[in-house]
Design a binder for this molecule. Structure first.
Ligand code: MCA
Ligand code: AMP
Length: 461
């Protein structure tokens, strides 16, 4: 998987920069080997690292791949409830990385064949990424080296991504977008990586890259900053994903930077499966065509053209960790993965359009996937809250914004927001809390969340 670390592209003093610190391939390999040596001594079933935007996280993930021990990247802002759940559920041992501690690597040449030869097998777990479902606590998505490699190679082909590129992004290193594409992608293609620490318009503008990754919130903030957008005009390719890119943002960026942004679609469970192509026809509101090796179909009822998007291909996950029933439930009887996204495919050119999600309890805010049930459970853990219903409402900056309706006494909205931020993680906090006398329910007692909103799904004034 890590072609650049085999010396295939030579060494580079400025191979990887994360939040202002720069390392060569040899330095990364050395620090990763030190991690691998520790892991090989004890061989835990998995290990966890607090996945700050740092060279330490890069070394930890690479070290896990060298040792053949799957890595569980923990969101650095995860509170005790979320952190405890992930560590218990995965059985992972939490490690700390000292980037200055290098195993023999700096003194010895980079080995061939590939340092990945220590990975037990391509189908063994390489990463376990925790992601939210509509209800309950997050599940561990097990990703193999084979799936990751297949995805990175398909993306390299689609985006003509090569060692000549400098990749720039500032996304979190505990999800597919920032970690798999944004770090492992650079180490496979040999492109330089500049991680900006935070994905601000100013940092993207100053980075001077050829290839840029962002979630729609990042692109809409750049589109609102004409100077930053214009600074990207010299880039080769801008790519958006993790949530729907609003058409006005696509058009504003084209006007300001000269680029028609490539949109691609994926999930933690499937990796990236559908994408526009570099040099291909790109239009707003579309996510392109399936990547090489991926097949898609629309499960539409009664001849309708819009329905659930289902997929097969080599990039799919190996299952939810320790949850065979949930894994089985996510596939159809004939073995296709059920994305839960509603899509349409153009008959003439096969271009896909993501229309929405089947369940309104899966929220996408700032590109983060957040289950309504998880937030409701956290709110119900507060002693002053007796009922809670969480929804995602349209938001011009975040795509969707989390709003919590609660039945509660003697507590403020700010206190409940802080409670969720501290117990789960900051990005899962409700941006607004509304106090109601009761949550509307049907005869079965199931919350009727639509009744809390206006008819078009918006928040009532
Ligand atoms: C505010 N803050 C608080 C509180 N309120 N902290 C604690 N308690 C509170 N009550 C502080 C935070 O600490 C933080 O401080 C600051 O407010 C802003 O926090 P945040 O909410 O994170 O900022 P934002 O502006 O809303 O973030 C927008 C963002 C972010 C940067 C675009 O949403 C983001 O990074 N999204 C990327 C998500 C992503 O990578 N998804 C990929 C999923 P400070 O700033 O000092 O830290 S993978 C995927 O979807 C697939 C496979 C795919 O297709 O890619
Ligand atoms: P996650 O598991 O965090 O990667 O979230 C996956 C979900 O993000 C998908 O099921 C979609 O709902 C959404 N998503 C990802 N990319 C796009 C896109 N380009 N357009 C619309 N939705 C997207």
């Amino acid at each position: 998987m890590l072609t650049a670390l085999t010396g295939a592209y030579g060494d580079r003093a400025d191979a990887v920069t994360v939040a202002g610190r720069t390392a060569s391939y040899e330095e990364i390999l050395g620090a990763a080997r030190a991690v691998a040596a520790d892991l090989s001594g004890t061989h835990p079933p998995a290990f966890a690292v607090t996945a700050t935007a740092s060279l330490e996280t890069v070394a930890a993930v690479v070290g896990g791949l060298l040792a053949g021990v799957p890595c569980v990247p923990l969101p650095p802002d995860a509170g005790p409830a979320e952190r405890g759940h992930i560590l218990r559920d995965s059985g992972a041992r939490l490690i700390e990385v000292d980037f200055a501690r290098r195993s023999t690597a700096t003194a010895t040449p980079i080995p061939t064949p590939a340092p990945t030869s220590a990975v037990r097998g391509p189908d063994d777990p390489a990463l376990i990424l925790y992601t939210s479902g509509t209800t309950g606590a997050p599940k561990g998505v097990v990703l193999s080296s084979a799936a990751i490699t297949a995805d990175l190679d398909a993306l390299a082909e689609a985006w003509q991504w090569s060692a000549a590129d400098t990749l720039v992004h500032g996304l979190p290193l505990f999800h597919v977008h920032g970690l798999v594409l944004g770090v492992l992608g650079a180490l496979r293609t040999g492109s330089r990586l500049v991680h900006t620490g935070r994905p601000t318009p100013q940092a993207y503008a100053a980075a001077g890259g050829s290839l840029y990754f962002g979630v729609p919130t990042v692109w809409s903030r750049i589109a609102a900053d004409p100077q930053a957008a214009a600074a990207l005009s010299g880039a080769r390719l801008l790519v958006s994903g993790s949530a729907a890119l609003p058409a006005p943002v696509f058009r504003d960026l084209e006007r300001l930077s000269g680029h028609r942004i490539v949109e691609r679609y994926g999930m933690t469970e499937t990796l990236i499966t559908v994408s526009g192509r570099a040099g291909g026809r790109l239009s707003p509101g579309t996510v392109g065509t399936p990547l090489p090796g991926i097949s898609t179909r629309i499960a539409a009822e009664d001849g309708a053209e819009i329905g659930e998007l289902q997929l097969t291909g080599p990039t799919l996950f190996s299952g939810y960790l320790g949850r065979p029933e949930a894994t089985a439930a996510s596939f159809t009887e004939d073995g296709w993965f059920r994305t839960g996204d509603i899509a349409a495919v153009d008959d003439s050119d096969g271009v896909h359009r993501i229309v929405g999600r089947a369940s309104t309890d899966m929220i996408k805010s700032g590109g983060y996937r957040i289950g309504a049930g998880e937030i409701e459970n956290a709110l119900l853990d507060h002693p002053r809250v007796s009922e809670a219903a969480v929804v995602g409402v349209p938001d011009p900056d975040l795509g969707q914004r989390i709003v919590a309706f609660v039945v509660a006494q003697q507590v403020t909205g700010a206190e409940l927001t802080d409670f969720v931020a501290a117990h789960l993680s900051v990005h899962k906090r409700p941006r607004e809390v509304r106090f109601v006398a009761a949550i509307p329910r049907n005869a079965m007692g199931k919350p009727q969340k639509r009744l809390l909103l206006s008819e078009d799904g918006k928040l009532r004034p």
